[in-house]
Each structure stands twice: as C-alpha cells, then as structure tokens.
Design a protein around this ligand. Sequence first.
Ligand code: SAM
Length: 315
Amino acid sequence: MISVFSLKAVRRLFCYNKAMTTSNIDRISNVIRTQDILRRHDFNFKKKFGQNFLTDHNILTKITATAELSEQVNVIEIGPGIGSLTQYLLEEAAEVMAFEIDKTLIPILEETLAPYDNFQLVNADVLKVDMREQIKNFKNPDLPIKVVANLPYYITTPILMHLIESKIPFTEFVVMMQKEVADRIAAKPSTKAYGSLSIAVQYYMEAQVAFTVPRTVFVPAPNVDSAILKMTRREQPLVAVKDEDFFFKTMHSTFVHRRKTLMNNLQSAFGKDKKPQITELLAQSDISPTIRAEALSIPEFARLADALLPLKEGE
Ligand code: SAM
C-alpha cells in the first residue's frame, strides 16, 4: 500500500526560509544528531534493506554538487533513510519525491524533514511503484527530473534497470553504490570490469565514476567501498539497432561464459546445428568468431546483433 505525506503545513509552522542555511551542527547527518534521532525513535537497522546512513557533510555536499541541482529540477530519491541526503537535495531542488520501503522510517522522516514543503514521501518498494504515475504528482511535472540517491546495495542493479527501462526521460542519475558495481557500469571494452551491465546502461546513458567514498562516513559502516556514479541520459541510444530485444538478448548470451569465444557462446544460445549459419553471418559482419565478448565495443555488438537477426527469424 502506498501512502503519500505532504509536509506543507508544517513548513509554515517552522517558517523555514531557503535563504537560511542550516548549520552543519544542526544537520540530520551530523553524527550526534543522527544518533539522537535513532535513539529517540528506538530505530533498529535492518540489514535486509541495506541501511547504511551517511554522516559526512563534505560527502553530502559533494554528491549534491555533482547532481548540479537548481530550483528548475525535480529529484527522485530512493531510500531517504532518516533524511540525511534528502535535506541537502531539498535545499537545492524544486521538489524531492522519495521512496522508502521501511515503514518505521516514515515517522522519523516526518519529524526530520518537517521544515520543508517541497518534500513528498512515498512509503513503498521502489521496484513495485508505477513511476510514470508517481511523477505526475510533482507540483511542476514538466521540470526535468534527476535521480539522486544512496542506493541500497543489495538491489542496485534491479533499481537502475527498473528506472532506465521505465523510459522516463530522467536527465541524470547521481547515485552511490558499491564501488565494484560502479566500475562495472562505467567500464570500457577489453577491461576485466566490462560486461553486459556496462552495455545495458551505456546504451542509454553516459556513465562515469565521479568519486569514491570511504566506509567510515556511514553508520553502520558497510563491508565494501562505495562510489558515486554519474549517468547522463543520451538523447538517442548510443547505437541504432534493428531489433532492441534481440540486441540485448544476443549481447547477454555472449557473456554467459566470459572465458569462452564468441562462437562458443553463440552456439550455446542458438544451437550447435546453427554453426555454419553463424559462421557465415559473422564473416559478413567482419567479426571474428574466436574473440571474446569483452573485446567488443557497443557499436560492434550492434553490428553483431543486426547481422545475426536472421537467426531470430528462423527461431
Ligand atoms: N539516503 C540515506 C542516507 O544516505 O543516509 C539512506 C541510504 S541507505 C544505503 C538505503 C535506503 O534505502 C534505506 O533507507 C532503506 O530502507 C531503503 N530501501 C531499501 N530497499 C528499498 C526499496 N526496495 N525501495 C525503497 N527503499 C528501499
């Protein structure tokens, strides 16, 4: 069940003024304030929700600066926690709509973000929301939308793919994730990190690791290093392909066994009996059957998928 809380009335009560900057000591992310909030609400961290809250002013300022917000930009945040990052976003953006799965965080957020009238909270699993419907609830739904979040690490990839595949024209994603996943998404061909995830994202977005984040700035500290990944939507996908579904299916199939050659993986995907046809189609497309998928650039994958399309039609 999805519930939406608007905190407009409360803002008037607190007479919050954007010109008044919150001192670092009063910030939600201040370690002493964070601990006080958690203690007063008797909050217990839930590992299953990937809860690691940010407590560092410099990192939060850097994330917000990387997102390049303004009063002409709406923000979607996934997993506001107790509002540490949200507070910074609210001070820069037109509006922030945040999706939080943990219902025990809702009363906390109602308290910590009470002074802000440009905040909408949705208590829901972000993977289950109809994002197209949700974004209609922005006061000004015509503004560009950026996604800015410290993502729960256990579902980083499903969340990103859910948002990218929604085809909502988010202009940018500035998101914290496990460093290893950020490196995989931003990886270039012929590197160890390059794979189907790099291609699935880079097809739609330009991706770069903005900066890395030490474990010490979270409570509790995670077991892995983190990084901020900045992804900017391309106006058009990086390459034009004849059949997008077939492009992704073919590309994924070539990475199933990373150490095997392209031909081996393609035979596993389309059937051993298709070897002569695959050989001929690869020759026509000028792609060697003996290379590995990790050596192919995205334009080469597009050429490969277009060339192999008769195999789909023969299915
Ligand atoms: N933004 C806060 C911060 O930086 O301090 C908290 C980030 S914490 C890494 C991840 C947050 O995502 C938690 O608040 C967690 O409860 C929430 N979360 C986990 N799974 C979620 C889901 N499927 N949908 C929405 N929120 C989720």
